[in-house]
Every structure is written in C-alpha cells, then in structure tokens.
Design a protein around this ligand. Structure first.
Ligand code: ADP
Ligand code: TRP
Length: 323
C-alpha cells in the first residue's frame, strides 16, 4: 500500500486556512490508511530558540490535530525527536548532498533575506526533511506549494544516495502538491495567513473571535439593495466552508436579491463557524485535561514509527558500508 507521510511544523496557533487547506485533507486521507504524521520539532530549532515555547507549541499542535480528527489508531502520529534515528540518516544524506543544491533553496534564501541570521540547521533544513521522508519508505508526501522545492530536493538526494550506494536502498517519493485546495481568504480578503494578521483561529476565545468576525469590513450599500456580486462577498465565501451547502446558498441568494443586512450575515457566519468546530473544541478540552494520555499517544506513535525507521536505517547503513 502507498504510504503517505507529512510533517507538521509546530508554529503557533492554527487558523481555518490551515484547517481547510492542510488538516482536513490529511485527516480524510486516513480513510485510505497507512498515514504517517509527525510534529517537526527538530525543524523548529532552526528558528525558535525558546525551550518553553517549543514544548508548548509541540503539545498545542498535538492537541489541535487529535481534536480535529487525527486518529492515532489509524495513523502513526509522533513527535519527530522521539525517533532520533532521523538525525543519523540526515548525516548520511548530507554527505551526498551537493552544496549547490542547498544554496538554491528558496526557503533558506527567503529566511535570510528577512533578517534571520543563518545557522547550519537552517541551511541543512532540506536534508533533515529528506531524512524525515526517506526514513519511512514514503511514497506520497502531501504538502503546500511552498514546500514543492523541498520535495524536489528530497527526490534528488534519494536518487544520489541510491546511485552512490545501491539502486534499491531508498524509496524515491512523489510529492502531492495541494494545488486544487482553494485558498481560504482572511478577514481582509487576502489569503488567510498568520503573517498577514488576518486569521480566524480554529480554537480560541469566543468573544474575541465573534468580535473579529463582526469586524469584517463590508461596503456601504444598504441592506435593501440587490447585490449581484454576492458570490464575491467574503462572509459568503467563508460561510460556504462552515455551513451546510443549502444554508450558504440561501444566504447568498438573499444577499443577491437584497434585504439581507451585512450584520445579520456576519452573525450567521460566526454561529456556523462556532458550530462547525464545536465537537473539536470539546475534544480538545478533554485532551488538554488529560495530557498523560496525549503523551502516551505520541510515545506509542514513536514506537510504531521507529519499527519502520530501524529497518530503513539498517538497510542504509549496510548499503553505505557503515555495517
Ligand atoms: P501561514 O500562511 O499562516 O504561515 P503555513 O504556511 O504555516 O500558514 O501553512 C501550513 C499549511 O496550511 C500550508 O502548507 C497550506 O497547505 C495551508 N494553508 C495555509 N494558509 C492557507 C489558506 N489561506 N488557504 C488554504 N490553505 C492554507
Ligand atoms: N517543512 C515542512 C513545512 O514547513 C514541514 C516538514 C518537515 C515536512 N519535515 C517534513 C513536510 C517532511 C513533509 C515531509 O511545512
């Protein structure tokens, strides 16, 4: 069976763009089975140097994913650093990775251009990512567009390793770039992104989130005026994600015809959004009250991940003459 694997960066609060763009597809992929999902806490070391922050974000992401439907009985779900063998494969891969390949990485160039002072980890980031993927004989790697180059590098590195040490040592994976997933617009109409400060969080304080949604800027047309561009309305677009199709269509029709005020529309949006995540919110609170269980889930995942990793690592050690 084709194995699907992806890494989740532990980087703060998730928004509904992350949910519809990345989490929901990953959770749906569980139906086909053999999914490997891990929290990339080694990767976070390249930019975050606060230990408390890393711990908190790692745990927070675990809670978010489990609450949203990641089923650890179906998927293997673990914390990257609980399988430290990945760092050994990183070294082995790094030694067949040309400098030029890493020098061309957009993410490295972008981060240094933003003023992040480059360290070895940031430069080697794509090699660690390649190790993440190759250590588990992965076939498919679903990622956002921004990770496309990293996947190409992973393939290049795997091919180079196999050319050097034996054709069947590592599985060369296929990227699955989520281009078909619609971009979720943020509160200002641009792509929802934590870097634009226009997000609606999946989990958060009810009052603050209601205020955010009620604060969405609309135009100055009166409620009675027909609005032929109703499908372009931001609240309608968001409503289509969180409300049943017929409810969203009804609001859209009423807005188009005239007679629906923006305040009422935004109120409906808030209610449907709040409802959509209600079950996940309850689950998250239960999980947060039982952190020992969450820890046990991650450890169990690490054990299952390690069982696969040790086979691939041994194959690579033998092929390369370490053993
Ligand atoms: P951000 O832009 O908030 O920093 P990330 O880059 O951490 O988000 O996104 C993680 C994944 O979530 C992305 O690879 C992408 O697949 C998905 N994603 C993020 N924002 C959106 C959005 N507005 N619409 C659809 N998918 C999104
Ligand atoms: N770099 C990825 C991101 O920022 C996270 C990641 C780490 C990853 N290792 C991976 C994704 C392996 C897919 C496969 O989103």
């Amino acid at each position: 069976m084709a194995r699907t694997l992806t890494g989740i960066t532990p980087s703060g609060t998730l928004h509904i763009g992350n949910y519809f763009g990345a989490m929901r597809p990953a959770i749906e992929a569980q139906k086909a089975g053999d999914c490997f999902y891990f929290i990339a806490n080694y990767h976070s070391m390249t930019t975050v140097t606060d230990a408390t922050e890393r711990r908190a974000h790692t745990l927070g992401i675990a809670l978010d994913w489990l609450a949203c439907g990641l089923d650890p009985k179906v998927s293997v779900f673990w914390r990257q650093s609980d399988v430290p063998e990945v760092t050994e494969l990183t070294w082995m891969l790094g030694s067949v990775t040309p400098m030029g390949l890493l020098e061309r990485a957009h993410s490295y160039k972008d981060k240094t251009a933003k003023g992040i002072s480059p360290n070895f980890g940031l430069f080697a980031y794509p090699v660690l990512m390649a190790a993440d993927i190759l250590l588990y004989d992965t076939h498919r790697v679903p990622v956002g567009k921004d990770q496309k180059q990293h996947l190409e590098m992973t393939r290049d590195i795997a091919i180079k390793f196999n050319e050097t040490y034996g054709a069947d040592t590592l599985v060369v994976p296929e990227p699955v770039i989520r281009e078909d997933v619609a971009v979720v617009p943020g509160l200002d109409g641009q792509k929802m992104s934590k870097s634009y400060g226009n997000t609606i969080e999946i989990f958060g304080d009810e009052k603050a989130l209601r205020k955010k949604i009620m604060g969405i800027k609309m135009d100055s047309r009166t409620p009675a005026e027909p609005k032929p561009d109703a499908d372009q309305n931001l609240a309608i677009q968001l409503l289509k994600l969180v409300a049943p199709a017929e409810v969203a269509a009804d609001f859209e029709n009423r807005l188009r015809a005239g007679g629906l005020g923006y305040g009422d529309l935004k109120k409906a949006l808030f209610e449907h959004y709040w409802n959509y995540f209600a079950a996940a919110r309850t689950r998250r609170a239960e999980l947060a009250a039982n952190l020992d269980h969450v820890e046990a889930v991650l450890r169990d995942g690490a054990q299952r991940a390690r069982a696969v990793a040790s086979v691939v690592l041994q194959r690579s050690r033998k092929a390369s003459g370490l053993e």
